[in-house]
Design a protein around this ligand. Structure first.
Ligand SMILES: *Cc1c(COP(=O)(O)O)cnc(C)c1O
Length: 315
């Protein structure tokens, strides 16, 4: 079998750095840019594409026929993998958390399935073992022809793919803001920033131990502990727990997203980017970035139920 990963697949040409305007930015004399990774692909949540890039190149160099990965019922990563594999004709399997679900349980799963991803539903206990070494070995025995990509593309390949996000940032950018799930995207960005630049991360999970999780990721990816020690000095954590934690939102967040869209024409999602942008605005209000230049990395995430999206962006 000949394997092709076309340039189309790996292209990020739609992404761009965009300066945005807002009355608050004038008042505080701050310049805000948005890295529009949300424009990379209509279905593939921007950072998921970046995380898949080197994983798919690794698949290409392997002897495996297809790819297998993991995700929850609303996973942007599952959908991204399904879309990328459909484009490239790669057989793919999605292991989904929740044995009670089926391919029609929600819009995300239905779309994954329509794109040709074979969905296998796992009970939550088994799903918890998805990073366990022995479990992965057993799985590769069961699916010998599938290259296994961890949940969220959270490995070395995912990190170096995300390092490229900041590649073309102007050097006078002082701070970068990004939403955090598995910490893979933020880890890649941190690797790519120069010493004088700071990274502000906004975890989507409540009560999340950012430093412990990132240290674990860096070690798992094979980076020396000293590198993490050195780079974590540039890291700042901003939590926005008032919206109720992962996957939860309230009217205040919805209003924030609507008003932000009216002013900037940039859509945000309720799980990741809406909360991260809220955190950035709070910091600007507190005079944290006066006379500075900040980049907000828009990681995408606007997939799922079209009715819900319409509700957010029609005014
Ligand atoms: C998955 C996702 C994130 C989190 O990225 P990690 O690399 O898992 O930290 C952030 N924003 C959006 C829109 C996502 O889909």
């Amino acid at each position: 079998m000949t394997k092709k990963v076309s340039l189309r697949m790996l292209s990020v040409e739609n992404a761009r750095l965009e300066k945005i305007e807002h009355p608050l930015f004038d008042e505080k004399n701050v310049q805000v840019f948005v890295q529009r990774d949300d424009l990379i692909h209509p279905l593939v949540s921007g950072n998921k594409w970046r995380k898949l890039k080197y994983n798919l190149l690794a698949w290409k160099n392997s002897k495996k026929e297809g790819v297998l990965t993991f995700g929850g019922a609303y996973s942007n990563h599952l959908l991204a993998t399904a879309a990328a594999c459909q484009l490239e004709n790669i057989p793919c399997i999605g292991m989904v958390r929740g044995e009670e679900l089926n391919p029609q349980s929600n819009a995300t799963l239905a779309q994954c399935s329509a794109l040709g991803m074979r969905l296998i539903f796992m009970d939550r206990m088994t799903y918890q073992m998805r990073e366990d070494k022995q479990f992965i070995e057993e799985l590769s025995y069961e699916y010998p022809n599938y290259y296994i990509i961890p949940e969220g593309g959270a490995n070395y390949y995912g990190m170096i793919g995300c390092q490229e996000i900041v590649k073309d940032f102007p050097s006078d950018i002082q701070a970068v803001f990004v939403a955090q799930g598995t910490t893979t995207t933020s880890s890649g960005i941190l690797l790519g920033l120069s010493e004088q630049q700071s990274l502000f991360v906004v975890p989507a999970l409540k009560g999340f131990d950012v430093a412990a999780e990132m240290e674990h990721r860096w070690r798992y990816a094979g980076f020396p502990d000293e590198l993490w020690e050195e780079k974590q000095i540039q890291l700042q954590i901003k939590t926005v727990d008032q919206f109720g934690g992962y996957g939860k939102w309230n009217e205040e967040l919805i209003q924030f997203i609507k008003v932000f869209y009216q002013l900037t024409k940039i859509p945000l999602d309720v799980v990741y980017t809406g909360k991260a942008m809220y955190a950035l605005m709070e910091e600007i209000k507190r005079d944290r970035f006066n006379h500075q230049q900040v980049v907000f990395v828009h990681t995408g995430g606007l997939q799922g139920n079209p009715e819900e999206l319409k509700y957010l962006f029609t005014i």
